[in-house]
Write a protein that binds this ligand. Structure first.
Ligand code: PXL
Length: 275
């Protein structure tokens, strides 16, 4: 069985980061190790939240893994809360990621705006971490902040390709932009593989709603599919279809909450997609 390590926060309620990554990666039949970077009462889109920083734990945990010879088939990073954490995670990848697939989801912004607590300087540092990745999965807002270019929601295909080449210029092997569509009713992913010098675009239906946590669902589902042996292209496609199904399930639930998606009800579909 493959074993991965995912580095991100625990938000106790809010269906994002680790509470999404763990069940999805487990459902893929992959052992999910976790390195929690912080404990929050909820994610930061709630009007009030607690934040317990776990930065001090990262180095001793990493040292202990080194002493025990524990390594991983993949390292997947999500929400990281500080410059110090970026440094420590970079070191963690160097020490424990030899031969591993490194997936970085530079969680920090959406819809043209940084999430609470993030700055453009942090985005520039996250861009440096991205040089270590086999695959990065930003949305177009995160990509724009990392590259220091204005957010342009009225993109065309040429613009997306240019942005992807610039992202690959950060040093990662593959860069994928999420939330991309060229028609009103489509949304999906556009990827550039710098080794093959090839592009891949896949979109499915765009629903008239948006939910928190779908980026984390998307990245986790991609990682699970990669670990199950799917190509980067197939993994990105499976994650689009699964995320859409999660949103459908949420919309069918008339009592759905305002945060998070009903990914739990779509896990059987994910397992089918992975076959
Ligand atoms: O879903 C991304 C995410 C993860 N973790 C925390 C967040 C967010 C988005 O706001 O606040 C703590």
């Amino acid at each position: 069985m493959k074993r991965i390590m995912t580095v991100q926060d625990i938000s106790c309620v809010g269906k994002c980061s680790l509470t999404v990554a763990l069940p999805i990666i487990s459902a893929a039949g992959v052992e999910a190790g976790v390195l929690p970077t912080a404990v929050l009462s909820t994610h930061t889109a709630f009007p009030k939240f607690t934040f317990c920083d776990l930065t001090e734990e990262i180095q001793p945990i990493s040292d202990t893994f080194s002493e025990l010879g524990i390594d991983f088939d993949a390292i997947y990073t999500g929400y990281l809360g500080s410059f110090k954490q970026l440094e420590l995670v970079s070191d963690f990848i160097d020490r424990h990621g030899k031969g591993a697939t490194v997936v970085i989801d530079p969680v920090m912004a959406d819809n043209g705006k940084l999430y609470s607590g993030f700055t453009p300087e942090f985005a520039a540092s996250m861009a440096k971490l991205c040089s270590k990745a086999d695959l990065i999965i930003p949305n177009i807002t995160e990509a724009s902040f990392m590259l220091g270019v204005p957010y342009n929601p009225n993109y065309d295909e040429a613009y997306v390709r240019e942005l992807l080449r610039k992202l690959a210029g950060l040093g990662c092997r593959c860069a994928a932009l999420t939330g991309i569509g060229f028609k009103e009713d489509e949304i999906g992913v556009y990827m550039y593989d710098s080794e093959k010098d090839s592009y891949y675009f896949y979109a499915n239906e765009k629903l008239p709603a948006s939910f928190h946590g779908t980026g984390d669902v998307y990245a986790s589902a991609t990682l699970g599919a990669l670990m199950r042996g799917h190509s980067t292209e197939n993994a990105l496609r499976i994650a689009v279809d699964f995320t859409l199904e999660c949103m459908r399930k949420t919309m069918q639930d008339e009592n759905h909450r305002f945060y998070g998606v009903n990914f739990e009800e779509a896990l059987p579909y994910y397992i089918e997609l992975l076959k």
